[in-house]
Design a protein around this ligand. Structure first.
Ligand code: AR6
Length: 192
């Protein structure tokens, strides 16, 4: 199921929140700064332990890494690095799609049943929200075809961003979402 909320992502009680990090993975501004502040120093220390793939790079653009959530309500933080937007002709759409694909795969591997995403790359990295939201929804939809019972939350910080997501979802969804809901509640009722 896909849900759209307007919230500070650090408040969400989900299994994993996704962080729009940078390649060094040691904190920054925006949502990254908010997550590090709320999770506490332990998150910084856990990030330090993530091995560098080359000097100064713990997580290349489009990839994802997982740490505990420490003082956050979320159990895990999935750190991913979105592309810096130039003009859309430098592989940005594919790199942003990879962020969603790899973060969702990592969430599933770690048994997460609910994952919340911020609007990756749309802050200081400059990705236009309308284009980024289309990619986020498309990649999530693809993923949910094979992981029907994971709840994905798009956590928008601004009312404008939420309206963009609401509108895109309204245009594209309906029966698909309802079918998924019904199937999940049926599966939940099957005795084990
Ligand atoms: N909860 C949810 N969303 C938030 C929050 C919050 N607490 N705070 C900001 N946003 P940005 P990027 C939204 O700039 O563009 C960092 O310095 C914000 O309104 O955080 O991927 C990293 O270290 C926007 O919609 O991430 C990197 O260097 C969205 O989060 C760089 O910024 C993403 O904005 C990454 O840039």
């Amino acid at each position: 199921m896909i849900t759209i909320v307007q919230s500070d992502i650090t408040m969400l009680e989900v299994d994993a929140i996704v962080n729009a990090a940078n390649q060094v993975m040691l904190g920054g501004g925006g949502v990254d700064g908010a997550i590090h502040r709320a999770a506490g120093k332990e998150l910084f220390n856990a990030c330090l332990k993530v091995p560098e793939v080359r000097p100064g790079v713990r997580c290349p653009t489009g990839e994802a890494r997982i740490t505990p959530g420490f003082r956050l309500p979320a159990k895990f933080v999935i750190h991913t690095v979105g592309p810096v937007f130039r003009d859309g002709q430098h592989g940005e759409p594919e790199k942003l799609a990879n962020c969603y694909r790899n973060s969702l795969a990592l969430a599933a591997e770690n048994g997460c049943k609910s994952v919340a995403f911020p609007c990756i790359s749309t802050g200081v990295y400059g990705y236009p929200i309308e284009d980024a939201a289309k990619i986020a929804i498309q990649e999530t939809r693809n993923f949910l075809k094979s992981h029907r019972c994971i709840d994905v939350v798009f956590c928008c910080f601004s009312g404008y961003d939420k309206r963009v997501y609401d509108e895109l979802l309204r245009k594209s969804e309906s029966t698909y979402e309802r079918k998924v809901d019904v199937t999940c509640s049926m599966e939940a009722n099957i005795p084990t």
